[in-house]
Design a protein around this ligand. Sequence first.
Ligand code: GRF
Length: 213
Amino acid sequence: MSFNVAVLVSGNGSNLQALIDSPKLAASTVAIVKVISNVPSAFALTRAERANIPSRVIEHRGFDSREAFDRAIVDELQQARVDLVVLAGFMRVITPVLLEAFRYRVVNVHPALLPAFPGMHGVRQALAYGVRVAGCTVHLVDAGVDTGPILAQSVVNVLDEDDEASLAARIHAEEHRLLPQAVCWFAENRVSITEVEGRARARIRRDDHEPRL
Ligand code: GRF
C-alpha cells in the first residue's frame, strides 16, 4: 500500500521538485498524490503538472476565515486519502482545523536553525544578526509559527562574502536533502512523539544501516 503525501505550496516549489526527484522516495512506498497551491501562478503547479501529479488551486482570498480555507483544504486532502501533509513554501498560517484533522502529520521546512529566526525572513535575519552558522529545519507543525517538534536540522557555514541570495541557495540545497529524508521516516513509521517537560518532542527510530544525518 502506498503512503500518500500531499504537498502544499505557494511559490517556486524547489522543495516539491526535490521530493519528486528523490531516489530515496522513488524506492519507498511514498506517493505524492496531490499538490495544493493557494497561489494560481505558483511555479510549483507547473512542476506538479510535469510530474503528472494532480494539483488543485484553492485561493485563500475566496474564504471568510482561515478556518474555512483550511476546511476546504482538509476536504481535498481527505478525498485524496492523504497520510502526510508537507508544507513546502506554503505561505499561510494554518489553523487547528487542519492540525486536528492531521495530528502530528503536518510537516514544514524552514530556512533557519529553529528556534532561532522563525517567520518569513529567517535567512535575512540570520545574516543581519551575524551568526556564523545558519541552516534549515524540518519540523512538525503545531499551532505556533515555526514552533513544532523538530525532526531534522542541517547546518550551513555563513561566509564573510555571503549575501541573502548566496546563503539562501546553500540552505535550500540542504532543505532538498533533508525533506525527502524526513518524509521517508514517516512512510517507514519511524517517527514517534513523546512529551518531555510539557513539550512534544519528535524521536526518529534509527535504522542501523543508515548513517547519521
Ligand atoms: C524554503 O526556503 C522553505 O524553507 C520556506 O519556503 C521556501 C520554499 O522554497 N518555508 P520552494 O518554494 O520550495 O523553492
